[in-house]
Write a protein that binds this ligand. Structure first.
Ligand code: GMT
Length: 378
């Protein structure tokens, strides 16, 4: 198949999932075209069946807001025609599903019936999409897609609760390429980060308020009072600076390393003992899954789709949002006993294997085939 993929090219989970999906589809013999405003961060290699088409939005001073949807839908029309794209998979409803529908209508005028598959990732539904400013357009775009998927059962339930959805939503969970995370790094430089007796705790995110960064610092503050430990904070975003200030205030700045954005999260995870994800809401928690794939147990909140990934008492523990004391207790339970830590590490990897890319990507292929067949009947 010739598949177009529209996504956000940044470090966010939806862009990562879209990129990994495209790369896997190309390995399975499909031709994949990424269409977005810059090359996706995990799309390092282009090849004869992986292509990238940049959407440019010319700056024009008359416009207070530059019309990205307009530029994207025009680019989609051109790219679909030139490369004979058969199915378009858009990740994140806003504005991708909306722009895709406009492209579909324009293409129909030219006799091309392009099926649109929309994948809902979470923030497009829970945090942004349900805002009254966007809700009618998001509802319309979802209902006009030829197939809709969500990355967890919880997100599907939220979507059906928050929007007036008239079509089936299929749950296709996020996935992980376990092969990528199974080699033990010869350059896993643990000693550069911590002393042998120090436990290493890690958090990776885009440091938005929804990630509850202060809870991470406070849980770590409690942990390091009981056992030697270091905290690795990976990523960047609005809550990073306040977090650095909080570490200084608590006097733990020498025990917390802020990495900023990193392309080497697998290398950081390979020396981690525990992952913290205390988010306010999280449709899936791809970062937790990536940690588990590296055999790192997860202490998380019991919110959104996280319980579908992190199994309480098996791959880690779940606590109520904001319950720093419970998270501390659970973290210490895992970290203070080497046998317990070993069991949780093994379990984390086993649970992650349920989301192996090779098991999940065929679901998307089946959806593409179904929508293509439906188009040919029209
Ligand atoms: O929250 C983020 O880190 C970014 C956000 C995004 O839009 O890329 O992530 C969402 O999609 C990911 C991939 O499906 C999910 O793993 C995240 O849980 C989800 N974030 C939220 O729901 C807050």
């Amino acid at each position: 198949m010739i598949i177009g993929i529209v996504c956000y090219p940044t470090f966010g989970g939806s862009g990562v999932v879209a990129t990994e999906l495209g790369l896997e589809l190309s390995k399975r013999g499909h031709e994949v075209h990424f269409i977005t405003y810059s090359q996706p961060v995990r799309l390092e290699l282009l090849s004869n069946n992986v292509h990238y088409h940049e959407v440019n939005v010319p700056e024009y001073p008359l416009f207070h807001y530059q019309p990205y949807e307009l530029a994207l839908s025009s680019k989609l029309v051109d790219t679909v025609k030139i490369h004979k794209i058969e199915v378009l998979h858009v990740h994140y409803a806003i504005p991708h599903a909306y722009a895709a529908y406009m492209a579909k209508i324009m293409l129909l005028e030219e006799g091309i019936n392009l099926p649109i598959v929309t994948t809902l990732h979470g923030t497009d539904i829970t945090l942004v999409g349900s805002h009254p400013f966007y809700k009618p357009a998001v509802t319309f775009s979802i209902n006009k897609s030829d197939a809709v998927t969500s990355v967890s059962q919880n997100l599907k339930d939220d979507t059906l609760r928050l929007f007036n959805i008239k079509r089936e939503i299929e749950v296709v969970p996020n996935f992980i390429d376990l092969g990528k995370y199974s080699h033990s790094f010869t350059d896993c430089q643990r000693e550069m980060m911590a002393c042998p007796d120090e436990k290493i705790i890690t958090h990776i995110s885009n440091f938005r308020p929804v990630k509850r960064i202060n809870d991470i610092i406070n849980v770590f503050y409690n942990i390091q009072k009981e056992i030697p430990a270091k905290l690795m904070m990976v990523g960047d975003g609005p809550e990073k600076e306040p977090a650095e200030r909080l570490c200084e205030k608590l006097g733990i700045e020498d025990k917390v390393i802020f990495f900023g954005k990193s392309h080497e999260i697998d290398k950081i995870l390979c020396f981690s003992d525990l992952f913290l994800l205390p988010s306010e809401s999280e449709s899936f928690g791809l970062a937790a899954l990536e940690a588990m794939a590296c055999a790192v147990p997860v202490i998380s909140s019991d919110t959104g789709g996280i319980p579908e990934v992190n199994k309480h008492g098996v791959s880690g523990f779940l606590s109520n949002v904001g319950d720093v004391e419970d998270m501390t207790k659970n973290a210490l339970y895992i970290l203070q006993n080497e046998d317990v830590l070993k069991t949780f590490k093994t379990n984390a990897r086993i649970e992650a294997s349920k989301f192996d890319i090779h098991n999940i990507v065929p679901f998307y292929e089946a959806i593409y085939k179904t929508v293509l067949n439906k188009m040919s009947l029209v």
